[in-house]
Design a protein around this ligand. Sequence first.
Ligand code: C2E
Ligand code: CA
Ligand code: CA
Ligand code: CA
Length: 281
Amino acid sequence: AKRQGRNGYCFFNQSLQQQATRTAYLTQHLKNAISNNEFELYVQPMVSPLSGKIIKAEVLLRWRHDGQFISPDEFIPIAEQTNLIVPIGEWVRSTALNYAVELHKLDFAVPLSINVSPLEFWSSELQQRFIDFFDAKLEDINMLAQFSPLITLEITESLMMKQQNDIHGLLKSLQDKGLKIAIDDFGTGYSSLAYLVNFPADQIKIDKSFIQKLSDDDKHQALVTAIINLSLSLGLQVVVEGIETRTELDFINQFDVMAAQGYYFYKPMAFTEFTELLKKQ
Ligand code: C2E
Ligand code: CA
Ligand code: CA
Ligand code: CA
C-alpha cells in the first residue's frame, strides 16, 4: 500500500519481495536521473537563532521521478550501495557551487552546506577524485580563496568513518583549502565522544531526532545540553536542525548556538524561491 508521508514523499509498506522489486526499480532509474534532469537541488535556510535572520543554508537533493518525489532517505542508501553516489555527489557539488556563484553575483554572502556521503571517499582513488573535483571547479570559477570559506561539507558520522582513519587526512586538506567541515547527525550512529575530540571538524549538527525528544522528559534535555556544551568547549560551532516549535527554539537559545534550521523558520525550497526570500530580507 502506498501513502503520502509527512514530507509529501511516498512511503511503501511492503513485503521483502516487494521491497527488492522497488530497490531494483529505483536502482535502474537512478542511473538515468542525472541525464534525464530529474534532480533538483533545494535549499533550506539556516537562521541566527536570536534574530531569525538567514545566515547560511543547506542544499538538499530532490529526485522527481514519474511525477513523484522520492525521499533522499530512500534513494541515497541505494546510491551508496551502487556507487552512483559518486556521480550524484559531483552533480550536487557542482550545482551547489553554481548557486554560490549566483549568490555572489546577487551580493549575498550566504555560505552553503553540502551533504557528502562518507562512501564517496572509501578508497584513495575516490579521495583524490574528490580533491581534484574541488580544485578544478573552484579554479574554474577562478575564486578559490573567495568561495571555499562559503562552502561547508556536512559529513555523516558512521561506523565506516570511525574505522577509516585516513579520512582525517582528506578532511584536513579540504580545511587547508578553506572549506569548512561539519559533523552531521552526531549521536545517531556509532560515534563515541573520543571520536568528536579527534575529528577534524569546524561545526557539529545536532540531529533533529534529539530535538523531537526534548519535550519527552528532562533526560533528553540533559542529553542535548551535554552535547552542546561539549561541542562548544571543543571549539566547535553548533548548528541545530529540526526546530519546529517556539519551545524548542527557546530551549536552544540558552546556549551559544550559531545557527538553527527547521520548519519553525523555513522548509526546504527551490533556489529561485530562496533568492527571492533573501531579496526581501
Ligand atoms: P539531513 O542531512 O539530516 O537533512 C535534514 C533533513 O531534515 C532534511 O530531509 C530536511 O528536509 C529535514 N528537515 C529540516 N527541517 C526539519 C524540521 O523542522 N522537521 C523535520 N521533521 N524535518 C526537517 P531530506 O531533505 O528529506 O533529506 C534526508 C537526508 O537525505 C538528509 O538528512 C541527508 O542525510 C540526505 N541527503 C539529502 N540531500 C543529500 C545530498 O545531496 N547528498 C547526500 N549524500 N545526502 C543527502
Ligand atoms: Ca545535513
Ligand atoms: Ca544525514
Ligand atoms: Ca539529520
